[in-house]
Design a protein around this ligand. Sequence first.
Ligand SMILES: [Zn+2]
Length: 194
Amino acid sequence: MYVSDLRHFFDVPDDAPGPARRMAEHLTSVVRAASAGDAGAKWVSALRCRRRPGHRACPGHIAVRRTDVPASIEWACTCCSDEGVISGWEGSPFDLRQRRPEAGRAGGHGVVISPEVSDTLRRLVLLDTACERLVFRAKASEEGVVLTGDDDELDELIGYVAAEANHEEDRRRQKRLDAAFAVLSDAFAQAQRL
Ligand SMILES: [Zn+2]
């Protein structure tokens, strides 16, 4: 069980050793997911387990449970024994909790995407906090990753994906962004027809 204080992982430099950088990336992603979703109950995020037992990627997703008083985030892989508790995340740039509770998300759609598309969305750099929240509160399910948002949120996210694809100079990343754009636009159009 890892007990981590997120404050020790702020500003891990780009030239830090691989394990330190990967741990920082893992912990900050867990905090973003746990703080984007609802507090109280445990739920399974779209984050993938970073462990590679026997040199094969663990197929598990990271389940999270957040409490606000006292502030705590517990996480655990759904497949292997990787688990931990994170403190020191409140008020950090990775704390995506809403400052003001939003009026109920009426008219939300659940859009199913592949884990790969979900990974691409989590790596978008231009997102505003509302869209970041939408991407990080996505849940893993048997069918795939479920993104839940209302028309405006999904529409805005699709706009960000298109903008980032337009500005991307790395061809491989641009292809992934174009694919994510196509999948999201189709899924959104379909969800609106239902
Ligand atoms: Zn695992």
